[in-house]
Design a protein around this ligand. Structure first.
Ligand code: FEO
Ligand code: CA
Ligand code: CA
Length: 637
């Protein structure tokens, strides 16, 4: 079973891309309109950036390091790294990790989950030496999670796996250069696949959300496959449910809804349904509708219940990246990470006003899906019941139905099928939006439709980063203009689809994207372990993190990870002096499931590099990176 780079394509591909045809017809008119808007109402930040563009981009103050296949984490010489929070570490006063993975499910509920992903540092009293870290735990390698792996599969093992999913909220404090967990924290908590979570927004209470355990459709147990994230201006954390399909066993006759979301009898590889019947859709047909959402958590109020915000749609949510429109309405960018799926944005109905209630801001608004035209323009198409064919006559009962079946709604509107949308980052000064499209080796092959301008490479092995500017520089605009920031590849390979156009250090399969306050674009990679180090990927080495100058496109490698890992999740202290980065699944094998008899077969990290972590199992971990002179990470001087 493979959770990420599986061969799944759920988008029906029989029809030509209607959106592209429409866009070609209206090309000249729209181009003119957007050009007028863009030039006429450029925001101050964009003008400043255009001036900066002439003088160069942000300063990147380190020398790029070499690609590496070593089983260690490397950073430039002027930097130091420290593991802060590894799988199994205590959350608050939880129990210590046992290196043979013999901790119980009850232990795991009070320890760091597995497979760290998106995260955010919330300072306490504005401090850069004391704060809360929210960390997503995306999925589990059950070969490592239990002492004897998946042998003698049991209810206890399912419970432990469920406890290793979700989110950790931990309190951390720095003494000089060393970050430490605060064991007696009033904030520390785990949110798992079993934690009560409220459902809000248009789909709450809908028939499609009701189950035997929840006849009102208002509460659900747990959040799963928590991939990337977002942060609201009011200080809450958004955790996003990505590949939820792999936890559910479809009924014998899977419905079109199951198929469209990749739920089948074959793909329930986590085997939870064998001991927890709510993951068996034969018995609880609506349960899968209650996953695939964005979940809001208030880390500062540990007594509050997380909330699934259904207005933001139901897809395989990578992340939910928040910015504000010019009138301070809340804008959330979201990718649906599967081959040929779409990019979305939500625009709230009401503006964010500091000090006023924010409780309904993410419950009311418009969800849009992106259509990227052939000519560098594009349009946000609203998923509004009653418009664009989303009508009762076409089988869409109401807005709740439109949202529960977000993918089918977007199909109807003729959105652009993308090469696996991952993280999205908004430039802090210009408002330009960058989206990592990690790869799609199935594009342009005989079985699938052809290319579109925004996804123009057949068999896109290495991925690219797309960039757009919203009409008038306003994040709430319904029009945009786009270009390709970079196409990944290796110039030494032959074939235009493989060489790419990277200026600087080479990388492939971009996934995490994040801007620091200085306008440096941080890029994290996730080359699948099934191809890591193969002939085409030899030049890239292990997964890594780089920094790009968004103005001139230069790319420099900052970090390389240990064997079998993905680098994902990035956040910093307010002063930029500590960067937190996650190393996910070190030691992962091509099958994504380790052999419990040989847990160190691929990697012994972090214990081999940081002996205090023990050598029993490779462990996903949050790493703190600081400059030896205490300066801003990534910057010069
Ligand atoms: Fe969880 Fe698409 O990465
Ligand atoms: Ca990702
Ligand atoms: Ca990925």
């Amino acid at each position: 079973m493979k959770s990420h780079d599986d061969e799944l394509i759920s988008n029906p591909l029989a029809t030509p891309d209607f959106g592209e045809i429409v866009d070609r017809r209206r090309r000249s008119l729209l181009t003119g309109a957007i050009a007028g808007v863009m030039l006429g109402a450029m925001p101050p930040g964009a003008l400043a950036a255009q001036r900066a563009r002439r003088g160069g981009g942000p300063v990147i103050g380190f020398k790029g390091i070499a690609a590496s296949s070593a089983d260690e984490l490397h950073v430039p010489d002027a930097y130091m790294s420290q593991v802060v929070f590894a799988w199994g570490d205590p959350v608050g006063d939880g129990p210590d990790f046992l290196p043979d993975a013999s901790n119980t499910a009850a232990d795991q509920r009070r320890q760091a989950g597995m497979h760290h992903d998106g995260m955010h540092f919330f300072p306490l009293a504005g401090s850069s030496a004391h704060g809360l870290l929210c960390v997503n735990h995306e999925y589990t390698d059950d070969g490592l999670l239990h002492s004897d792996g998946m042998k003698q599969w049991s209810a206890e093992k399912v419970a432990k796996a469920q406890a290793a999913h979700g989110v950790s909220i931990i309190e951390i404090r720095r003494e000089r250069d060393s970050w430490q967990l605060v064991r007696s924290s009033r904030y520390a908590r785990r949110i798992t696949a079993d934690t009560p979570i409220a459902i809000s927004g248009p789909a709450a209470g809908n028939a499609g959300m009701r189950t035997a355990n929840d006849p009102l459709g208002r509460f659900v147990l747990g959040t799963i496959n928590n991939c990337a994230m977002g942060v609201t201006p009011w200080g809450t954390y958004l955790t996003c449910e990505e590949n939820f399909n792999g936890y559910f066993r479809a009924p014998k006759d899977a419905t079109p809804e199951h198929k469209r979301y990749g739920i089948s009898q074959k793909t329930a590889g986590y085997r939870w349904h064998e001991h927890d019947e709510r993951f068996d859709l034969e018995k609880h047909p609506s349960e899968a509708n209650r996953f695939g959402w964005v979940v809001e958590i208030d880390p500062m109020r540990p007594d509050t219940m997380p909330v699934k915000r259904t207005a933001l749609g139901r897809v395989k949510h990578e992340g939910a990246f928040v910015t504000l429109a010019r009138d301070r309405r809340v804008v959330v960018y979201m990718g649906d990470d599967e081959r040929f799926e779409y990019i979305y944005k939500f625009v709230s109905k009401r503006p964010y006003v500091a000090g006023e209630s924010t409780s309904g801001l993410l419950d009311e608004g418009t969800l849009y899906v992106a259509r990227f035209g052939e000519d560098g323009t594009g349009r946000w198409l609203p998923l509004r019941h009653g418009q664009g064919g989303l009508t009762e006559a076409n089988g869409f009962a109401d807005q709740a139905d439109v949202l529960i079946r977000t993918r089918q709604s977007a199909d109807k509107l003729g959105a652009t099928r993308m090469d696996r949308p991952e993280w999205i980052a908004v430039h802090p000064q210009t408002g330009e939006v960058y989206c990592a499209l990690t790869n799609n080796a199935r594009r342009g092959t005989s079985e699938v439709p052809g290319l579109n301008a925004a996804n123009r490479r057949a068999e896109n092995l290495f991925g690219h980063i797309l960039r757009w500017r919203e009409g008038g520089g306003d994040a709430a605009a319904e029009v945009l203009s786009w270009d390709v920031f970079v196409e990944c590849g290796d110039p030494k390979l032959s074939g235009a689809n493989l060489t790419g156009n990277i200026k600087g250090d080479l990388f492939a399969s971009p996934d995490g994207l994040w801007f620091d306050r200085g306008g440096r674009l941080w890029i994290q990679t996730d080359v699948s372990t099934s191809v890591l180090g193969d002939r085409n990927h030899a030049a890239f080495g292990n997964n890594q993190m780089l920094v790009a100058d968004p103005v001139n496109g230069d790319v420099r490698r900052f970090l390389t990870g240990p064997r079998g890992c993905e680098i994902t999740g990035i956040t910093s202290t307010p002063d930029g002096s500590t960067l937190f980065v996650n190393v996910q699944h070190p030691g992962e094998t091509a099958s994504e499931r380790s052999n419990p008899d040989q847990p160190l077969a691929v990697s012994a990290w972090p214990g081999n590099q940081f002996p205090a972590l023990g050598k029993g199992r490779p462990r996903s971990a949050t790493v703190a990176i600081r400059r030896r002179d205490g300066g801003v990470v990534g910057a010069a001087g």
